[in-house]
Each structure stands twice: as structure tokens, then as C-alpha cells.
Design a protein around this ligand. Structure first.
Ligand SMILES: Cc1ncc(COP(=O)(O)O)c(C=O)c1O
Length: 401
């Protein structure tokens, strides 16, 4: 039967439903910035909504590197890596990333989103099993769906549940591959995965373990090398351990990477469709990532400053009485509850001079809407005191305190 009405009515209906549930989203170019403070309409806003955690996105060293390469190589590569788009710069970035992460090999993808899609679909397929943390990022969820493997979602950070599911698969004679996948630092909760236990379990069961270090790279672990770098060498040596990181957040540039054995990157170059069928990253972006790695190696105090700022804001919010969930990092959620209330809080914070956006379903579970505050290494103590005063005032107005 033909559908009644106009062809785009389904869009009108869906958007209206989202509006009624306070879940409608719109782009706000007037607030787009990776700087610690934004100037808008003569007003200053403290930016607690950027993943530019180390403040590198507009660092003179990154800009100079990008500018220099722009003049020599131009704006775009004009073809995919496997055709004529794999420059010496791309190879240098991969060698540097492998060294930075202490891995045999690295492969660059065009974003964290496509890296997860490409890696998961290359690792598993129909007949295989994925165990995925309940709070994993959307790109992991989409990779799992696209793979057509059976996906079981385990309760957040619950390694006992992973152990049960692995044992159950063994009992049931599961003969395909098994992949356990997790964020290392969870992007909306600011807490961390039980990595050592997960490596242990995967080793016992011969399972693959994919760890997404998007928000930990440049921020956590020795010199910002990520949370896996905190584990003993012997634990990290597990062949089935695969790590992803992004260049788009703390490293202030764009793109993503996977690290692991050379066999893995060789395999992905040949099998991962989101790697194969897309144009290579532009040279200035690659040059900026290289400059960011150099800065991180030369200035580990950037990471220390980020962590000190994170502890100050997190403990300050907790002392005021806010629920910051299980955050132990530079990502600090302030739980509000309903989407409408979270929007109200974000609007009032903005009035008070703080940009800290409301995070609503489907990004977080229903009833768990929140303000997500992310700290930067370049925020000063007085910036953070300014934020704490604004949170206190708005929290009292909304009777959250
Ligand atoms: C855990 C995680 N993985 C991957 C991504 C996607 O990375 P990118 O922005 O480079 O596509 C994000 C983005 O927020 C993320 O939080």
C-alpha cells in the first residue's frame, strides 16, 4: 500500500517526537571552539565542553607544523592509502605512534568512529561472539551491529559478568571467535575499565580484547600513553590485545589509530573496508599529529597539569554535594536526571559564563541526563574556581544541592 501524506512526513514526525521529549538537538556554531575561553557577543565563556584536553589544537607548534606541510604538500592526498595516498608523513606518524604506545605496529584511520567500525568488522562476523560493555561509545556499538556477530552487552565495567559469559560460551561449545570490547576511559562517565582483569580473562579463553583509549590517549598513563601502558609488560604482551586511540582529542588534531602486532596492521590494511575505501588524511593534519606527539614527549608536565586540574574540579564538585558518578579522571559528569532539567542547568550555567553542555539520551541511559564537564590542562585555578562558583549557584537555584 502507498504511504499517505508527503514523502518527508516521517522526518517531521520524528523531529516532533524528539522535541516533545526534550531530546531535540541543533548545531550551535556560535559556541564552537576548542579554546579554554570563548568570546561570544562581547561575553566570555569558560569552555568545559571540549575534548582538546591538553589545549594543543591551537598550539603554535602544531600550527607551524601544519602550515609548513600545507605549503609543501597541499590540502589533500587525493586518493586512498592503498592507491597513491600513503605518504612518507603517514608512515612516519604510524612509526611514531607505535613507539609512543610501545607496540610493534600502528595503523592510522580517518577518525575514531571509522576505526571502531573498521576494526570490529574486520575481527568478527556471523558465527562469532562479541561481549560489549553497556557504556561503550556509539562507534563501538555501530561496529558491533555492522559486524553481524552475536553481541552480548555486559553490565558496565563488570569483569565477573564477562567471566560468566565467557564460561557460558565455552560450555555451549561456541566455536567461533570471541571479542571483548571496551572503552578504557568512559567518555560520558569519566570512570575506567577493569583492564587487567579483562586481559586476564581474554587470555584464559583465547578471546580478542579491543580497548578504545580515545579519551585516555594523551591524558592518562605514563606520559599520556593511555591506561594500558599502566599494566605490567607481561600483561600487555597478550597477542590478542588490540588498542585504539584518537588524534582528535588530547592530541589536538584529527584521525585515529590502532596499535598491536605487525600481523594485525597487515591484516587490517587488507581487510578493514573503512580503511581501504576512503581518502587518506590530509598532510597538514598528519603533520599536526606528529607535532603533538613531539610536544607530549618533550613536555610530560602537560599531562600532570591536566590531572591536577581534573582532581581540583572533580573534588570541588563533590565537596559541593554534586553526584559525579564514578569519575576518577578529567571527564566529570554532574548527574541531573531528566533531560529537561539537564538542559535547564546547561542554560543557566551558560548565563553564569560557563559552557558545559547537557548530555541526554540516547548518549546516556534514560533518567541519567547530566552535565558533562571536561577539564583542560590550560585552565587556571581561578578558571576552575569560577566554574565551581557557577555550579554552586546554579545547583542551588535548581535545588540539586
Ligand atoms: C570512546 C570513543 N571512541 C571513539 C570516538 C570517536 O572518535 P573521533 O571523534 O575521532 O571519531 C569517540 C568520540 O567521542 C569516543 O568517545
Amino acid at each position: 500500500m502507498m504511504q499517505e501524506g508527503r514523502p518527508l512526513d516521517f522526518m517531521r514526525a520524528r523531529l516532533q517526537t524528539l522535541q516533545e521529549a526534550q531530546l531535540y538537538r541543533r548545531l550551535r556554531p556560535e559556541l564552537g571552539s576548542s579554546e579554554p575561553w570563548l568570546e561570544r557577543d562581547g561575553r566570555r565563556l569558560l569552555n568545559l565542553s571540549s575534548n582538546n584536553y591538553l589545549g594543543l589544537a591551537d598550539h603554535p607548534a602544531l600550527k607551524a607544523a601544519a602550515r609548513q606541510v600545507l605549503e609543501r604538500w597541499g590540502c589533500g592526498m587525493g586518493s586512498s592509502r592503498l592507491i597513491a595516498g600513503s605518504s612518507a608523513l603517514h608512515a612516519e606518524l604510524e612509526a611514531r605512534l607505535a613507539r609512543f604506545k610501545g607496540s610493534e605496529s600502528a595503523l592510522v584511520f580517518n577518525s575514531g568512529y571509522v576505526a571502531n567500525l573498521g576494526i570490529i568488522t574486520a575481527l568478527v562476523g556471523p558465527g562469532d561472539l562479541i561481549l560489549s560493555d553497556a557504556l561503550n561509545h556509539a562507534s563501538i556499538i555501530d561496529g558491533c551491529r555492522l559486524s553481524r556477530a552475536t553481541c552480548k552487552v555486559y553490565p558496565h565495567a563488570d569483569s565477573a559478568a564477562v567471566a560468566r559469559l565467557l564460561a557460558e560460551a565455552r560450555r555451549n561449545g561456541h566455536s567461533g571467535k570471541t571479542l571483548v570490547v571496551t572503552d578504557s576511559l568512559f567518555s560520558m562517565d569519566g570512570d575506567v575499565a577493569p583492564l587487567e582483569e579483562l586481559v586476564d580473562l581474554c587470555r584464559q579463553h583465547g578471546a580478542l580484547l579491543l580497548v578504545d583509549e580515545a579519551h585516555a590517549t594523551g591524558c592518562l598513563g605514563p606520559g599520556g600513553r593511555g591506561l594500558l601502558a599502566d599494566l605490567d609488560e607481561e600483561v600487555r604482551a597478550y597477542e590478542g590485545l588490540i588498542a585504539v586511540g584518537t588524534l582528535s582529542k588530547a592530541l589536538g588534531s584529527f584521525g585515529a589509530f590502532v596499535v598491536g602486532p605487525a600481523l594485525l596492521t597487515d591484516y587490517l590494511i587488507n581487510v578493514a573496508r573503512p580503511f581501504i575505501f576512503t581518502t587518506a588524511l590530509p598532510p597538514p593534519v598528519v603533520a599536526a599529529s606528529l607535532a603533538a606527539l613531539t610536544l607530549l614527549e618533550e613536555q610530560p608536565m602537560l599531562v600532570e597539569r591536566l590531572q591536577a586540574n581534573a582532581a581540583y574540579l572533580r573534588q570541588g564538585l563533590q565537596a559541593l554535594g554534586f553526584n559525579t558518578l564514578a569519575s576518577s579522571t578529567h571527564i566529570v559528569p554532574v548527574l541531573v536526571g531528566e533531560a529537561s532539567q539537564a538542559l535547564e542547568m546547561a542554560a543557566r550555567l551558560q548565563e553564569a559564563g560557563v559552557l558545559a553542555v547537557a548530555i541526554r539520551p540516547p548518549t546516556v541511559p534514560a533518567g541519567m541526563a547530566r552535565i558533562r564537564a571536561s577539564v583542560m590542562a590550560v585552565h587556571t585555578r581561578s578558571d576552575l574556581d569560577f566554574a565551581l562558583e557557577a555550579f554552586e549557584r546554579v545547583g542551588r537555584e535548581l535545588r540539586l544541592l
